[in-house]
Ligand binder design. Structure first.
Ligand SMILES: [Zn+2]
Length: 491
């Protein structure tokens, strides 16, 4: 459960960019009017100064940049015959900065809101102690924080071991924390420690985040993902529901309908037999499937490739979620589409990558196709073995892609769950003789049911398309049920 929110300071809570943008013009004018330094000279020396300071601060992150810049600037100006005291430049710079400091939009409202909701707040800042204290005083927010971690005090930065200092002191579990910051590099280090990371940015091109919002105002939307009782809409009628997949009336109707629906009965009985549970209880669990998986995800919140793999390897709840996918008769059209395509084209072999409960595999097998299934979950493979045996079907099961080629390779509802989907898609292409069937459903901020959709960037689809094209496939059919696309290999 989310207990603590960790904040970066500069450009997350306080605007430290605006003054830096305005500063060159201001100091050049000041030097011109007070000391008659020609503007082109002041400009040129300032450029050298700022480059020099950046270089120094790379090896010495806790250097007093303002003082250092003043020292360099003063001596460069002296060389050209203008004597301006270092102190004078420091004084002007600090006055100008303080006059131009601003809180970031919604900074104080956000902190107060979180505090009222009962979250503990922490500050994790790369910087000098005096500077951090000054900014906190300016914002009047110091008392909102349970504890403050400053890189200069801890003698280490975020990229090094500042998060370790945080854990040592607070004893919090990474999965109880959320890091909020504007720098995917330093703040994004949180991910390595297992902390989900909310990036505040409008322009940075990176995949190093769990959530990306453009302003602190949207942090409330992020918190919905951690909410134990999320607001949802009924999967059948779209009515608002709380912590449920179907509204009561749709659920009652479905309950009646499935009594005469052999397909649904066998879906539920298989799970019920395999898990040794009553039919009615299994039905309930299947209806709650997506909520059960979601709750497990937010408890564990995997933020590294290892954690993600472990989640899918060990998970035993997807059996319910994936059974729900086919529970209503209107939701079975994607499988029908794939089976009819495969039959129409006289394909004889298929590989289902991320086969899950094997519903498609069974349907393909019943249509006479030689089916191979690949899934990381041993539990689901065991379940599929049980289902195939029960029907006397021969389906080959693999934990990894076998060294074979197939007429068609299918990867539905899987690409968005992968850490490196490009790599996998390339590999899938090399195993497909004639066709590939895929779907891609990237993460959406509104879709609080699917925090596990790792692919945060909808533009990824273009990259997938170019991977398929460069492997010799062309888009043969799109606009099929639930976003299905079929790509055909050029003859
Ligand atoms: Zn409904």
């Amino acid at each position: 459960m989310l207990k603590a929110v960790l904040f970066d300071l500069g450009n997350t809570l306080i605007d430290v960019s605006t003054w830096k943008e305005k500063f060159p013009k201001a100091i050049i004018n000041f030097l011109f009017s007070s000391y008659s330094v020609p503007k082109n000279v002041a400009k040129e020396k300032l450029k050298i100064t700022l480059e020099e300071v950046e270089k120094i601060s790379k090896t010495n992150p806790h250097i007093d940049k303002i003082r250092e810049a003043a020292r360099i600037y003063s001596s460069l100006l002296k060389e050209t015959g203008y004597s301006i005291q270092e102190e004078e430049i420091v004084k002007f710079t600090i006055q100008f900065r303080d006059k131009n400091l601003r809180p970031m939009p919604y900074a104080k409202q956000t902190l107060n809101f979180l505090k009222k909701k009962g979250f503990s707040l922490y500050l994790i800042s790369d910087g000098r102690k005096d500077r951090v204290k000054k900014f906190l005083e300016f914002l009047k927010i110091e008392e909102l924080f349970t504890e403050i971690f400053i890189s200069e005090e801890e003698e280490t930065t975020k990229k090094e071991r500042l998060f370790e200092a945080f854990f040592n002191s607070t004893k919090l579990n990474p999965k109880e924390c959320l890091m909020v910051g504007n720098d995917p590099e330093s703040d994004g280090t949180a991910l390595r420690y297992g902390i989900p990371f909310c990036l505040i940015s409008t322009d940075k091109i990176t995949e190093n985040y769990t959530f990306k919002i453009s302003s602190l105002k949207d942090l409330k939307k992020v918190l919905e993902f951690f909410n134990k009782e999320p607001q949802l809409t009924c999967k059948l009628c779209g009515k608002k529901v709380k912590n449920k997949i179907l509204c009561n009336s749709c659920k009652n109707k479905l309950e009646k309908d499935i009594k005469e629906d052999q397909y649904a009965i066998s879906l539920i009985s298989d799970v019920s037999e395999f898990t040794n549970s009553k039919f009615e209880d299994t039905f309930e669990k299947i209806l709650n499937g997506p909520l059960i998986v979601r709750e497990e995800w937010i408890e564990k919140w995997p933020t590294t490739e290892e954690e993600v793999n472990k989640f899918y390897k060990e998970n035993t709840s997807y059996i319910y979620d994936l059974s729900l996918v086919y529970l209503h008769k209107n939701w079975r059209d994607q499988n029908k589409e794939i089976v009819s395509y495969v039959v129409k084209n006289n394909f004889s072999t298929a590989m289902d990558f991320g086969s899950g409960i094997g519903q498609l595999a069974l349907e393909l097998s019943e249509a006479g196709i030689d089916v191979s299934c690949v899934d990381v979950s041993e539990y689901l493979l065991k379940y599929l073995r049980f289902r195939a045996d029960k029907r006397g079907r021969k389906i080959k099961l693999y934990k990894e892609i076998p060294n074979e080629k197939f007429d068609i390779v299918i990867a539905t509802d899987v690409l968005e769950h992968l850490w490196k989907p490009e790599e996998v898609l390339n590999k899938l292409c090399s195993h497909a003789n004639k066709a590939i069937a895929i779907t891609f459903r990237p993460f959406r901020m509104e879709d609080v049911l699917h925090p596990m959709h790792l692919q945060r960037n909808a533009e990824k689809k273009k990259i997938f398309d170019s991977i398929l094209s460069s492997n010799g496939f062309f888009l043969e059919a799109s606009g099929l049920p639930r976003g299905l696309e079929i790509w055909r290999k050029k003859e």
